[in-house]
Design a protein around this ligand. Structure first.
Ligand SMILES: Nc1nc2c(ncn2[C@@H]2O[C@H](COP(=O)(O)OP(=O)(O)O)[C@@H](O)[C@H]2O)c(=O)[nH]1
Ligand SMILES: [Mg+2]
Length: 455
């Protein structure tokens, strides 16, 4: 097991650059004493935890700044170590002078993430929660913030803990069988074992599937707007953004480059990408490059808004395009545009093909698209669900699930108890990796504490 060193570390906690205030943070042994050597006011070493003090920092007879100092005594701090936060004026010149003075007195410049790392090593929280701290800082939409906060409060961890306990129990029972192998007793009925592993896999699969959503919440959603020239793609982009972002004209081939803009929809950062219209016959070299770019955006997007011009297209030409789209791996929302001038029969026919019919010029009708996006990614009821946002967690869950599949196959082939025990241990390791627990020890502890058989 790793242990944290307690040597005093120091870092600027606010972003560097000009601001009204800056906060310098210290953590480690005797950091209050360290700051006290610069502090003129009261004796900080005599002050209680969670108290705030005004004074002047002086180093080698030079006044550094007037500051507010907050004190945290171990273990009642973020890192569980003695910690100090100095609020000074937000000039980088002042910040550098104060940091240099503190380093001169024995503090070390902190490594990236070292405060959070210490918090983890000192047992403040598990790895999932430590990682959530980073997500919380990076969150720039309400949903991303909410998800990170939930993880920091151990939402995901408690779900994992529950899965692990079930598995540990299973492993312990099998170990017990091994101990009595000569007597040929089976403590675990193979059918109920199979059922248990299956139900575990269902739970883990739900978590794995939530990653798609988690990824959307964390990284946003790239959405490509594609279709033939003049279908109204740029108009749609402008109405979505409520600003004149792209040039709209009746001349086909106006948009040649890729135009991107972001919009927050239901807490998700949607990145809309307007592209050149797809057409087969054009001699314009630049437009051709634009069309190639549009095709590659289509492949990379998380979602395609395919815009059809109901004024000029026939049902059969629309059907041709739909046949081409069927080969695409990316989900697609089909939009029938220019409803205001569309033939009624065409509209009726397309409604049956799951089209959204609208006028891209009409802001009110755009809400239909936003609702469909929320539906498609199931983003309406996220409050109670546990969502995996971290790739590392996702990968470990996939490995655990694959291993449990092997266990199921082993069970159906009546493989040995030794083999089953080993694979269950592997699955436990993968789950344990997520929160940073050591799992093999857990397994042993469980056997000896609960199933003490006096050997
Ligand atoms: N009647 C009508 N015209 C539209 C609508 N949306 C776009 N247009 C017109 O269609 C033409 C092409 O629009 P544009 O957005 O540039 O199409 P793009 O080539 O797909 O980007 C322009 O003259 C728009 O004013 C609509 O909902 N109704
Ligand atoms: Mg355009």
């Amino acid at each position: 097991m790793l242990h944290s060193s307690h040597e005093p570390i120091v870092a600027l906690a606010t972003s560097s650059g000009k601001g009204a205030l800056a906060v310098i943070r210290l953590s480690g042994t005797d950091t209050i004493e360290l700051v006290n050597q610069l502090f003129k006011g009261k004796d900080l070493t005599l002050q209680p935890s969670h108290s705030l003090h005004f004074g002047t920092l002086i180093h080698e007879d030079q006044v550094l700044d007037e500051v507010l100092v907050a004190l945290f005594r171990a273990p009642k701090s973020f890192t569980k170590e003695e910690s100090v936060e100095i609020s000074c004026h937000g000039s980088m010149y002042i910040v550098q002078n104060i940091m240099q003075a503190l380093i001169g007195l024995g503090a070390r410049l902190a490594n990236p993430g070292e405060f959070t790392q210490r918090a983890f090593l000192n047992g403040r929280f598990d790895l999932v929660q430590a990682e959530a701290v980073a997500d919380l800082i990076a969150a720039d939409t309400a949903l991303a913030h909410q998800t990170a906060l939930q993880q920091m409060r151990a939402g995901f961890s408690s779900e994992l803990q529950h899965l692990r306990e079930k598995l540990i129990h299973l492993g312990a029972l099998l170990e017990l069988e091994l101990d009595f192998s000569e007597e040929d007793v089976a403590f675990v009925d193979r059918q109920s074992l199979t059922n248990l592993v299956q139900s575990l896999r269902t739970e883990i699969s739900t978590l794995i599937q939530s990653f798609e959503k988690g990824n959307v919440i964390k990284n946003g959603l790239p959405i490509a707007i594609v279709g033939k020239p003049n279908a109204g793609k740029s108009t749609l982009l402008n109405t979505l953004l409520q600003e004149d972002r792209a040039i709209v004209s009746h001349i086909a081939g106006t948009t040649r480059d890729v135009i991107e803009a972001e919009k927050n929809i239901g807490g998700i950062c949607c990145r809309f990408i307007d592209t050149a219209g797809l057409r087969k016959h054009t001699s314009d070299e630049i437009e051709l490059i634009g069309i190639a770019k549009a095709r590659s955006q289509m492949q990379q997007a998380a979602l395609i808004l395919y815009v059809f011009d109901l004024q000029t297209e026939s049902l059969s030409s629309i059907q041709n395009t739909l046949d081409e789209l069927a080969n695409l791996d990316v989900p697609c929302i089909k939009i029938g545009n220019k409803l205001d001038v569309a033939p009624v029969e065409l509209g009726t026919a397309l409604t049956q093909k799951d089209f959204l019919l609208l006028s891209a010029k009409e802001p009110k009708q755009i809400a239909k698209i936003e609702q469909r996006i929320m539906q498609l990614f199931d983003l309406n009821n996220l409050d109670s669900a546990t969502i995996v946002v971290n790739v590392r967690h996702y990968e470990s869950l996939v490995k655990a699930n694959d291993t449990l599949l092997k266990v199921l196959q082993g069970l159906s082939q009546s493989l040995s108890t030794e083999w089953l025990t080993l694979e269950i241990k592997h699955a436990l390791t993968y789950l344990g990796e997520i929160t940073g627990k050591i799992t093999t020890e857990d397994l042993l502890d469980e056997i000896f504490s609960k199933f003490c058989i006096g050997k």
